[in-house]
Design a protein around this ligand. Structure first.
Ligand SMILES: *Cc1c(COP(=O)(O)O)cnc(C)c1O
Length: 458
């Protein structure tokens, strides 16, 4: 019999202790933090699933590359290695390093957009939306209708609605649409992949109207692997070949190296357009740095140069996708409502279905995230009414999995904690705001348990 068990494709050379706390300690810490997990110190967290951004473990090759980093202000060989890696995988003429993905977005929208423009995307990530709106353009989300139903299965639930894209261009006129973006995988839509067929269909529409297509490439390797697994005709191709094909359909990309760059910091902006590249580099010098380092240390550039290649290794991608699904499938099997199917980097609990007795105005996502912390010291993040205000259509709790950090026994522990909270769900109360900031309130909001609440049987 062939061996079926999938294992972590690495062994552990350096360890970082994590600290257990008691139920009582966590209850006190949570009260002191105003029921906001952003305000809890990481030393008081046992399993931190707040984000997969910059929280991954680097490999021995990456640490070796860090020592090779050359910190020269201009013309560093670290930049040469970085540019070679990026160009080999992404294939674009110009590679502009930035300190994070959002810096690439800011430069891109500053150069390409003006007030009154529209930028369609399958779903804008929050920093992408904010940077787009900051220059006065409208950030328009055009996900396929299936994406709005958490429990609905679809192999490429991250796809863009191409009919609505064509209508939007028809209606607004191509002149008002300086670029179209595709986010792979669709982070805000549940870490769901975009198919090659959809990228090609979007490209065809863009080409017809002379509109450039840019890819928000943060999880390009995970997206490429989903295409290999799910899209007819791609089973025999390598993730690298699939990534090359994805990028060949676009005119440029933005990237956060904190995701599939396997680094703790960094990002970049790519384009094939010589004139745009010049304008982008001029802006880069103003706030990020000289074009051969762009706000990064030479050692960061070297870590990314290695990390981008490691993210495309099939053993790694198989482990990554299988281990995320392992968490999702185990809790879903017991009836826990999640966004289906499991995404690449995270599992999203559907808090409205999990806590039907807590109305959206009493923040079911925050209440559920707090319950996971008190039960087992797990930190997750609400994506719902707290983050988006009363217009939120869903209240989700995202469990993002850092790359190469936790083992299967950690995930088994997370499953047990979630199932314990699921058993006790009828006792979970909603929350009321006691403090909020005028914008991005989720980072600093404070709560107290809701006063009177009718507890329904579930
Ligand atoms: C993380 C992320 C960004 C922004 O990158 P930062 O490095 O956090 O600035 C943009 N788009 C998507 C889809 C992301 O996941």
């Amino acid at each position: 019999m062939p061996i079926k068990t999938i294992i972590e494709p690495f062994r552990i050379k350096s360890i970082e202790p994590i600290r257990r706390t008691t139920h009582e300690e966590r209850q006190k810490l949570l009260e002191a933090a105003g029921y906001n997990l952003f305000l809890i110190a990481s030393k008081d967290i046992l399993i931190d699933l707040l984000t997969d951004s910059g929280t991954g473990a680097m490999s021995t090759e990456q640490w070796a590359a860090i020592m090779r980093g050359d910190e020269s202000y201009a013309g560093s060989p670290s930049f040469e290695r970085f540019r070679n890696s990026v160009q080999t995988i992404f294939g674009y003429r110009h590679v502009i390093p930035t300190h994070q993905g959002r810096a690439a977005e800011r430069i891109l929208f500053n150069v390409m957009c003006k007030k009154g423009d529209i930028v369609p995307n399958n779903t804008h990530f929050d920093t992408t939306r904010a940077n787009c709106e900051f220059v006065g353009a409208e950030a328009l989300d055009l996900p396929i209708p299936e994406a709005r139903e958490p429990q609905r299965h679809h192999p490429f639930k991250g796809n863009m609605d191409v009919v609505r894209l064509a209508e939007t261009i028809e209606h607004a006129g191509a002149k008002r649409i300086p670029l179209v973006m595709l986010t792979v995988t669709n982070n805000s839509g549940g870490g769901q992949p975009v198919s090659m067929e959809n990228i090609r269909a979007v490209k065809t529409i863009c080409q017809r109207h002379g509109i450039p297509l840019y890819i928000d490439a943060c999880r390009f390797a995970e997206n490429a692997y989903f295409i290999k697994l799910r899209e007819p005709g791609y089973a025999g191709k390598t993730p690298r070949e699939i990534a090359r094909e994805m990028f060949s359909l676009a005119d440029g990309c933005t990237m956060s190296a904190k995701k599939d760059g396997m680094a703790n910091i960094g990002g970049f902006l790519c384009t094939n357009d010589d004139i745009l590249a010049q304008q982008e580099k001029d802006l880069l010098i103003l706030t990020e740095g000289f074009p051969t380092y762009g706000g990064l240390a030479g050692r960061d550039l070297d870590a990314i140069a290695v990390g981008l290649n490691e993210a495309l290794e099939e053993d790694y991608l198989n482990y990554r996708i299988v281990s995320t699904a392992y968490l999702g499938n185990h809790i879903s099997k017991e009836g826990v409502p999640i966004v289906q199917p499991p995404g690449g980097h995270a599992i999203y609990l559907d808090a409205r279905a999990f806590l039907p007795h807590v109305p959206p105005a009493k923040f079911p996502g925050v209440a559920l995230a707090c319950a996971l912390y008190v039960e087992g010291g797990i930190r997750a993040v609400e994506i719902g009414t707290l983050m988006f205000g009363e217009h939120a259509t869903m209240d989700l709790v995202r469990l993002a999995i850092p790359r190469r950090v936790y083992t299967q026994s950690h995930i088994d522990y997370v499953i047990e904690v979630i199932l314990e909270v699921w058993q006790k769900r009828a006792q979970i109360r909603g929350l009321e705001l006691t403090h909020q900031a005028p914008f991005l309130r989720h980072f600093t909001a404070r709560f107290k348990p809701a006063e009177v609440e009718e507890v329904k049987e579930v």
